[in-house]
Design a binder for this molecule. Structure first.
Ligand code: RAT
Ligand code: ZN
Length: 408
């Protein structure tokens, strides 16, 4: 029985005014700590793999591709330049000679602004001096704080020699950096060979060493499952049984076309529309494995939502790479809310350079807050108001809870 005092209190908690509702959603979304489920960041214990500062930010592959569209320099000549000279050229081209209108370029502006640096500077002198003066561990704390990121999942490649050496030294890393075992070299190439049993042993060894929160792979646009190929065999005989036995989720990032233009090096990958039924089959064949999935093509997003409705072992996540633009994040987040309620992970940063956390989350939070506010407003006009506590519960689920449940 609800007493009249209780029901009065409850009624008082309801956000029945659209502006008040929207303001509350913004506060909750902007302040909620987020678990970033896919990055390429490393803690300082990983030495030169831990990237930060203006030169790394400006030579991000999203920006080098954009620079080579506007600067009058050949690809070969660009790659011959030192990192600082490349960064100078990126700044000159995208920020001095042009307005930084693209999402990746605006990201730099958000980062400079967060540290009170001149966003219209003629050169990088001030920014270099600032970042060089930072002590790395304090800087990591500060960036996590500004971005309100509680933890990040790394991308750990056991088949990369530099990284493997660090793991073998029994590194004890900052606990905010969670490991994820990346299996591209095993599943997408033919460089890692061995019998099924020996490969399984290798995986088990690395799982014991890295203690990953999941295993992951990026897959081409023409990925098929089932298929008559080596990848299918490795998935069925090595990787998926390991996922099942270790209780590890499997992350699938589908739709990349690697090295469409090799002259762009790391920036040379493209996108292709993939076949979502491959993931559908995997979810059906392995009901006891949890899958996180993100697709690179905008055209695959609706099918991914429908597949997630059919398989509760499938968790859509993030607006990946070429989709990480405000207009598309907005569209995808709205589509997911309409089809899945709050049972998805709206975004990951894919940050490679520490300070990218600041802009990627700032920009994503804005689109997520708008999409959520519109959805609560529609609920209100249908006859149900929400409370501030309910908004907090929902945002916590989107930003941390859904992932925590998958990896617990
Ligand atoms: O978004 C990126 O930075 C890409 O280069 C890829 O790293 C992609 O996110 C991946 O994980 O394969
Ligand atoms: Zn990535």
């Amino acid at each position: 029985m609800v007493t009249s005092t209780e029901s009065r209190t409850k009624f008082a908690d309801l956000l029945t005014h659209p502006e008040e509702l929207r303001a509350r959603v913004e506060i909750v979304v902007n302040s909620m700590p987020v678990m970033d489920v896919h990055t390429h960041l490393f803690p300082s214990e990983f030495n030169e793999l831990c990237l930060y500062g203006i030169d790394e930010l400006l030579t991000y592959h999203y920006l080098t591709a954009e620079t080579l569209r506007s600067a009058r320099i050949s690809h070969d000549r660009f790659w011959q330049l030192s990192k600082t000279a490349q960064a100078d050229l990126v700044w000159q081209t995208l920020f001095v000679e042009n307005s930084p209108a693209s999402e990746a370029a605006r990201g730099i502006i958000s980062v400079l602004d967060a540290f009170g640096l001149d966003t219209r500077a003629e050169n990088l002198g001030e920014a270099r001096e600032f970042f060089n003066s930072r002590r790395v561990d304090e800087h990591i704390d500060r960036v996590f704080d500004i971005a309100r990121v509680s933890g990040v999942v790394m991308t750990n490649d056991p088949f990369d020699d530099t990284e493997a050496e660090i793991w073998k030294s029994d590194v004890s890393a900052d606990p905010r950096f969670k490991s994820a075992m990346r299996l591209d070299r095993l599943l997408n190439g033919n460089s890692i060979t061995g019998t099924t049993a020996s490969l399984r042993q290798t995986l088990d060894g690395w799982i014991a060493r890295m203690n990953p929160v999941y295993m992951g792979v990026s897959l081409p646009a023409d990925f098929k499952f089932p298929a008559e190929d080596t990848r299918d065999r490795l998935l069925r005989e090595v990787v998926l049984p390991a996922a099942r036995e270790h209780g590890l989720a499997m992350t699938l990032m589908v739709g990349v076309r690697r090295r469409v233009n090799p002259k762009l090096r790391e920036a040379g990958d493209g996108v292709g529309k993939a076949d979502v039924t491959a993931v559908e089959r995997m979810c059906a064949d392995y009901p006891d494995v949890h899958f996180l999935a993100t697709f690179l093509s905008r055209e695959n997003q609706h099918e991914l939502c429908v597949t997630a409705r059919k398989f509760n072992n499938l968790m859509p996540f993030g607006c990946w790479w070429f989709l990480n633009n405000p207009s598309i994040v907005s569209e995808i987040t709205r589509e997911r809310l309409e089809l899945l309620g709050t049972s998805f992970i709206p975004q990951h940063s894919d940050a490679r350079v520490l300070e990218q956390l600041i802009y990627k989350w700032k920009h994503a939070r804005k689109e997520i807050a708008n999409a959520l506010a519109d959805s609560y407003e529609r609920l209100l006009s249908s006859g149900r108001a929400v409370t501030a506590e309910e908004i907090t519960r929902d945002v916590n689920r989107l930003f941390a809870g859904n992932f925590a449940e998958l990896v617990s």
